[in-house]
Write a protein that binds this ligand. Structure first.
Ligand SMILES: *Cc1c(COP(=O)(O)O)cnc(C)c1O
Length: 406
């Protein structure tokens, strides 16, 4: 919840202190054999048994001995404990990538004949999964305007199994009413899955609002350094165990311990990075609304954002992403000129990095989206998406300002 009677920087400081200790310490323990403070990087595909009885017990699922790296690894488990602490869930299961978390959750919950209701504007690869790959397995999806809860309700059919949530949306930052969608699901025994990559657990904790399973691409803000690909599924113990059996053990989407080590290291500074990035994002969004070269700005912190009040109710912060439309008769060409003129801001996909990253969705990340859907999702030719990093605000603003008049 964002309290409008406090300044935004104060709100961000409070949120950082609420989760900062968990970022640094959750999942850690002093290594009993060496005394190492840092979680040891255990690179072993198999683990030895002390006795025949211990081996037999391990295979009966008794005790906590490690057996094989696809079934469990101490470095990966330490990272999972960190994520469960940050999302406030009983359990978490790390996966090879964000897409392994998304696809694995769906393939665990759904079967041939199942139906999903999902936002029209989603992470592009998730949209392709729902549009092109799942139908081959007999799993179909109805796409709706995710900021319209009535549209979710109207799309539910007898064979619906999952209400899928991704808020704020990519790239226009529309906000879905998580509690209202959960309410629809609870009434009909449906499963809810929320992709919380965009908001991050700094800005939003969907499980606390009733969502069954929260998925993430840890590649983005959690890892935060643009050096590791990973995903995670967070939720109640039985749900996470069932999904882990499917994705990790069965389909083999296991996270490498080395990657787990890098991401856990990244998360130690997660609260600090988010505090800075969210503050800069809101400031840049506010300044862009005054800029003569800009037609529109999308960011939930703006009082003009269509779901600003909802964002204040359900989020802890407004996030580090924003998008804006450049004004021009040839918006596409103007957008490209901005991309080519930035010097500190990096022209690259991905998001949540320590570096600020700028993309042009219509020609890149959302180019595979059917043009009609793109227009309906408000993704215009002149739209640019900025993921704000931790560079000083004034350096970012100076860079953006010179690029907008280039
Ligand atoms: C990046 C991303 C994914 C996919 O994650 P990978 O780690 O690249 O597989 C899924 N959802 C969202 C919202 C993302 O930004």
């Amino acid at each position: 919840m964002i309290n409008p009677s406090l300044s935004y920087p104060v709100q961000l400081a409070l949120r950082a202190s609420a989760i900062g200790t968990a970022c640094v310490h959750a999942g850690d323990g002093r290594d009993p054999s060496s005394g190492a403070l840092e979680t040891p990087l255990v690179l072993s595909s198999a683990f030895g048994f002390a006795s025949a009885e211990e081996a037999a017990a391990a295979f009966r699922g008794e005790g906590d001995a490690y057996i094989y790296g696809r079934w469990g690894n101490p470095t990966v488990e330490a990272l999972e404990a960190k994520l469960a602490a940050l999302e406030g869930t009983e359990a978490a299961c790390a996966t090879a990538s964000g897409m392994a978390a998304v696809s694995g959750s769906i393939l665990t919950i759904c079967e041939s004949g199942s139906h999903i209701v999902a936002p029209r504007s989603m992470y592009a690869e998730t949209a392709r999964l729902f549009r092109e790959r799942l139908p081959r397995l007999g799993i179909t999806t109805t796409f709706v305007d995710a900021s319209d809860t009535a549209a979710y309700a109207a799309a539910i059919r007898p064979e619906t199994r999952v209400l899928y949530i991704e808020t704020p949306s990519n790239p226009t930052l529309r906000v879905s009413d998580i509690e209202a969608i959960v309410g629809l699901a609870k009434g009909k025994g449906l499963f809810t899955i929320a992709d919380n990559t965009f908001a991050t657990p700094f800005a939003q904790t969907p499980h606390a609002l009733g969502v069954d399973v929260v998925v993430h691409s840890m590649t983005k803000s959690l890892g935060g350094h643009g050096d590791a690909i990973g995903g995670v599924v967070c939720g109640r113990k039985p749900d996470v165990a069932r999904i882990a059996e499917t994705i990790v053990k069965g389909f083999g989407g296991v996270l490498s311990p080395f990657t787990a080590f890098l991401i856990a290291r990244g998360i130690r500074t997660f609260a600090l990075r988010q505090r800075q990035a969210c503050e800069s994002a809101a400031a840049i969004a506010a300044r862009l609304t005054e800029h003569p070269a800009i037609a529109r700005v999308h960011h939930p912190a703006l009082p003009t954002h269509p779901q600003h009040a909802l964002a204040c109710r359900q989020m802890h912060a407004f996030g580090s992403l924003l998008s804006f439309e450049v004004k021009d008769d040839n918006a596409l060409a103007r957008g490209r000129r901005v991309l080519e003129a930035v010097r500190i801001i990096t022209h690259a996909v991905s998001l949540g990095d320590v570096r600020s990253l700028l993309v042009h969705p219509a020609s890149t990340t959302h180019s595979t989206m059917p043009p009609d859907d793109r227009v309906r999702a408000d993704i215009h030719d002149g739209l640019l998406r900025l993921s704000v990093g931790i560079e000083p605000l004034e350096d970012l603003w100076a860079d953006l300002k010179q690029a907008l008049v280039a």
